[in-house]
Ligand binder design. Structure first.
Ligand SMILES: [Mg+2]
Length: 244
């Protein structure tokens, strides 16, 4: 079925996590000292090898423990992109459904997403299994997010027949474009030319306020402007910053 691409408004806004809501790649942080894992990660992110070929291998090499997940969760939070929390609050204010769909690890992505105001049931990533001492046992091998095309598959199942806008930086985000009315390449952290080439819009400013003109209709931006208590006035003022 042909993709129904169109401009705002959208009922659902989906964010990637790594290099989109935060400047880091969680799995890289976990394994930064291992060049073998770093090479595998890069190949997967650039779409040169299918994700499922490297996903389990990378985790076996890294053996992430529960304590590592706490550390990465805190790191996501301390490296959040400017405006992440405010933009999510504004989208909720406008009655939109906000989701995080990530190929990262759920025990780290979930606390970060919760901190940004996204409900747990709207945070999708790959879960891990730990033993009683918090040691790594396995990852959720059933998760579509650990394989190529998984974001597309998940979005089609989660939000069928809804107007979805997706924001992301990676090859797996681009794959999910088919389920979306608009795919925005967010390139302030990582700019991948093949992803930009397939995107409807590119946003390269390291402030998620810059997404709003591409996610919202003019009437919706106006609603933020007139929200009680000037709640979103700072955010609205930053929409056009850097583009004047
Ligand atoms: Mg990403």
């Amino acid at each position: 079925m042909a993709r129904n691409a169109h401009g705002p408004p959208y009922a659902v806004v989906v964010f990637d996590c790594d290099s989109t809501l935060s400047t880091i790649e969680g799995i890289e942080e976990l394994t930064a000292s291992d060049p073998q894992i770093a090479a595998l990660t890069l190949e997967a992110m650039e779409g040169r090898v299918p994700l499922e070929e490297v996903y389990g291998r990378r985790l076996e090499l890294a053996g992430p423990e529960a304590a590592d997940m706490e550390r990465i969760g805190a790191l996501y939070q301390s490296t959040a992109i400017q405006g992440a929390e405010e933009v999510i609050a504004a989208l909720h204010y406008l009655g939109k459904s906000v989701r995080i769909v990530s190929g990262g690890l759920l025990p780290a992505v979930r606390p970060f997403g919760r901190h940004l105001g996204v409900p747990s049931e709207h945070i999708h990533a790959v879960d891990l299994h730990f033993d009683a001492a918090g040691g790594y046992v396995d990852y959720d091998r059933q998760s579509p997010l650990a394989r190529a095309g998984g974001k597309l598959e998940l979005l089609r199942a989660l939000v069928p027949d809804q107007d979805v806008a997706l924001v992301g930086d990676g090859a797996t985000d681009l794959e999910a474009r088919e389920a979306c009315a608009r795919f925005i390449a967010f390139t302030a952290v990582e700019r991948r030319p093949e992803v930009v080439a397939g995107a409807d819009v590119e946003v390269d400013r390291a402030d998620l306020a810059a997404l709003l003109p591409h996610l919202l209709s003019a009437a919706e931006v106006q609603q933020l402007t007139t929200a009680a208590g000037d709640r979103f006035s700072g955010l609205v003022a930053r929409i056009e910053e850097g583009h004047r």
